[in-house]
Design a protein around this ligand. Structure first.
Ligand SMILES: CC(C)(COP(=O)(O)OP(=O)(O)OC[C@H]1O[C@@H](n2cnc3c(N)ncnc32)[C@H](O)[C@@H]1OP(=O)(O)O)[C@@H](O)C(=O)NCCC(=O)NCCS
Length: 162
């Protein structure tokens, strides 16, 4: 069956895309990044890629690739097209690109309770290398100000992606 990803166009994101990215960010995350954080990424030395489906932004990813390391800072898929392999195909493509930029290992942090993201990363071969206790905000005072652990995952790239 044709993959939805193959019907998407990849584009380099710029500050002109911020409002579309923010819409998606707010839809997909309970605790979205702020516009300023996205802006810093778009203006900094990060790989900021978007996926366009019928001229609408349906996913984006932000990575940094330097000194042999790839850090995945954000990957976000529009709720309407989640569960259709978009993140798997998109991230695989970006990891292949990171290898071309001499990355030997990828790292990321993920909420310990983010079942969908953990399934995605596990499918791509990431494994847990650490845990940061109470790293993420998990609600305001209504939720007792509780916090959620971050899992640190890594994937050696050269073995699988060279
Ligand atoms: C995490 C996210 C990027 C996954 O995107 P996606 O396009 O739906 O992922 P895929 O369709 O490629 O699925 C990848 C794997 O995860 C599994 N998966 C996806 N959503 C799942 C869910 N809600 N529960 C359990 N497994 C799930 C899929 O079944 C698939 O595995 P399979 O091919 O073996 O069946 C998406 O849910 C999202 O944007 N979430 C909000 C933002 C976020 O949390 N980003 C990650 C920050 S670390």
């Amino acid at each position: 069956m044709e993959r939805l990803f193959s019907r998407c166009d990849v584009k380099n994101l710029t500050v002109d895309d911020i409002s579309e990215m923010m819409q998606l960010e707010r839809k997909a995350y309970a605790f979205p990044w702020t516009e300023n954080v996205l802006k810093d990424c778009l203006q900094g030395a990060y790989l900021c890629r978007g996926l366009m489906l019928k001229n609408v932004l349906c996913a984006y990813a932000i990575l940094s690739v330097a000194v042999g390391e790839c850090h995945i800072l954000n990957i976000c898929v529009s709720p309407g097209v989640q569960g259709k392999g978009i993140a798997s195909d998109f991230l695989q493509k970006l990891l292949d690109e990171a290898v071309e930029w001499n990355a030997e290992i990828a790292f990321l942090e993920v909420r310990a309770g983010n079942v969908a993201a953990l399934a995605l990363y596990s499918k791509l071969g990431f494994s847990e290398i650490g845990r940061r206790k109470e790293y993420y905000r998990n609600g305001g005072s209504r939720n007792g100000g509780s916090r959620e652990d971050a899992l640190v995952l890594s994937l050696p790239l050269t073995q699988q992606h060279s």
